[in-house]
Design a protein around this ligand. Structure first.
Ligand code: ADP
Ligand code: 5GP
Length: 197
């Protein structure tokens, strides 16, 4: 890493239960801060209609994913839902660090805690909290991307993840979206000021 890790984190980890708004927050931040580069995860789940392979995710078969697990190509990986694997590729993180940019991750709570354990102060972990579980449910429904079974498994996992917000560096409550986005910008300006010219 080329920057002094004691003065400037090189990783921004955005975590939350599914449906809380982390993708919305990450997209907003990457659209306004050029120094942020999205770390494209690998997954075995099917692509949603609007998703692009290599941009939103690297969509892999089960065989391809497990091949990369065996050859130790992941910084971290999780079976987030039964038979649905997600993981952060070492090559993605290295590419971003080599470009002297800040890697931004949109990952679930176990993966975020794992990255924090490995990178310590070099990673800033922001937990996006929904105002309530019922609001989370209605966001998942309104997004229109999940089957009923998928909504139910996401809600089951969300209940456990909501208990873990004190494990992270900062908590951002995503209630009113414009306010939450402004708050996220403020967090970036404060913690990554060395990347702002
Ligand atoms: P995640 O990446 O955490 O699964 P998304 O960013 O996809 O969550 O957000 C879930 C849904 O909720 C999306 O349809 C998004 O447009 C919507 N959403 C995000 N933030 C808010 C908010 N503050 N109020 C209402 N809807 C929101
Ligand atoms: P989705 O299917 O909604 O895109 O993602 C499901 C969950 O997996 C989300 O909480 C998302 O943040 C998480 N996720 C995405 N990529 C990764 C990754 O590389 N590692 C881990 N641990 N979780 C991920």
């Amino acid at each position: 890493m080329s920057k002094d890790p004691h003065t400037s984190p090189q990783l921004l980890v955005v975590t939350a239960p599914s449906g809380s708004g982390k993708t919305t927050v990450v997209r907003h931040l990457t659209s306004i801060f050029d120094f942020l580069k999205f770390s494209v995860s690998a997954t075995t789940r099917d692509a949603r209609p609007n998703e692009v392979n290599g941009k939103d995710y690297h969509f892999l078969t089960q065989e391809e994913f497990h091949g990369k697990v065996n050859s130790q190509e992941f910084v971290e990986w999780e079976e987030v839902y039964t038979d649905q694997y997600y993981g952060t590729l070492k090559s993605e993180v290295q590419k971003i660090i080599d470009a002297d940019a800040v890697a931004v991750f949109d990952i679930e709570v176990n993966g975020a805690a794992n990255i924090k354990r490995q990178y310590k102060d070099q990673a800033l972990c922001v937990y996006i909290a929904p105002p309530s579980l019922s609001e989370l449910e209605s966001r998942l429904r309104n997004r229109g991307t999940e089957t009923e079974a998928s909504i139910q498994k996401r809600l089951r996992r969300a209940k456990q993840e909501l208990e873990r917000l004190d494990e992270f560096d900062l908590v951002l409550i995503n209630d009113d979206l414009p306010r939450a986005l402004k708050q996220a910008e403020k967090i970036l300006r404060k913690n990554f000021h060395q990347h702002l010219s």
